[in-house]
Design a protein. Structure first.
Length: 291
């Protein structure tokens, strides 16, 4: 578990090496710090999975829950909503105006935060689009604010659910064993073992070192990667079978505390390069926006 001090230090170190990310880091670091602080106050009952259902999930290699089953601390999420709107006003010029629109709309009860949160959990794109149209804000910005506020509850719930995984065999699949979502990042630990991070609940799990994490293709003729000599800690794995890519961080090459969300948003140039080559990322979410 990274401390708030370590998170701030890691952000400062990245700013020095990649000054073009200054404004992005100024905003997102504050968001991540606010989320970490919010997690300290999260109060949610654990999701209970009955033994018989757990056996079925284990036998069929199914995730523990559907993402709609995550439990949200509504009070904590609502407090965080106001905090993140204020952070956007102060640190994210491109988000500033709509942040205040959303905050004012919530205060005036023009829209319901609980509806926003559960529309995200249930992946109700139509409801989210209608809400965004009503508020006259882009869909992806509305989703960003909503997801950022419920992320601490989702992560807390995922941590609770990890207890079920300890009694289950390690499946090493390319989808999250907690909620079934795709990974948005991979990393090699200090021993060189490959792990994935869930794009939705941030759970991290061990997978095979080689092969595509999305389609499980192991043919070396279909697997490629690119990297930069200036950023040896990063690599982008490409698959010509499913045309997906995933960014990988080699922890053996970094001398700062590892905070995956921070690495995710400060490597957007790698996403751009991979997409220019014609690859996509099956685990990407619209929860990172331009500031």
């Amino acid at each position: 578990m990274i401390t708030r001090e370590q998170l701030q230090l890691s952000s400062d170190l990245i700013k020095k090496s990649r000054p073009s990310y200054q404004s992005i880091l100024d905003f997102y670091t504050q968001v991540f710090l606010a989320q970490e602080l919010s997690m300290q106050d999260i109060v949610i009952p654990p999701v209970v999975i009955e033994p018989d259902l757990l056996k079925i999930k284990e036998k069929n290699e199914l995730p523990l829950i559907d993402q709609s089953e995550f439990i949200i601390d509504l009070k904590a999420a609502e407090l965080l909503f106001n905090k993140i709107c204020d952070l956007a006003y102060n640190f994210a010029p491109k988000l500033s105006f709509n942040a205040q629109v959303l905050k004012k709309a919530e205060q005036n009860k023009t829209f319901d935060l609980e509806t926003l949160f559960y529309s995200i959990l249930n992946n109700h794109g139509g409801a989210l689009h209608e809400m965004a149209m009503l508020l006259n804000v882009p869909d992806h910005e509305l989703i960003f604010f909503g997801y950022a506020c419920i992320a601490p509850s989702i992560q807390t719930c995922a941590k609770q659910l990890e207890a079920y995984l300890t009694a289950m065999p390690d499946q090493k699949k390319g989808y999250c064993p907690i909620c079934g979502n795709q990974p948005d990042m991979a990393f090699l630990d200090k021993d060189g073992k490959r792990h994935l991070k869930c794009c939705f609940c941030s759970h991290e799990w061990l997978v095979k070192r080689m092969g595509c994490v999305f389609c499980d293709n192991n043919d070396k003729d279909y697997q490629h990667y690119f990297f930069s000599d200036e950023e040896k800690e990063y690599r982008v794995n490409l698959c010509d079978n499913c045309h997906n890519y995933i960014k990988l961080v080699d922890l053996r090459q970094i001398d700062r505390s590892f905070y995956p969300k921070l690495e995710q948003i400060t490597t957007l140039h790698l996403d751009m390069k991979a997409r220019e080559k014609g690859y996509t990322n099956a685990g990407s979410l619209t929860n990172d926006v331009s500031v």
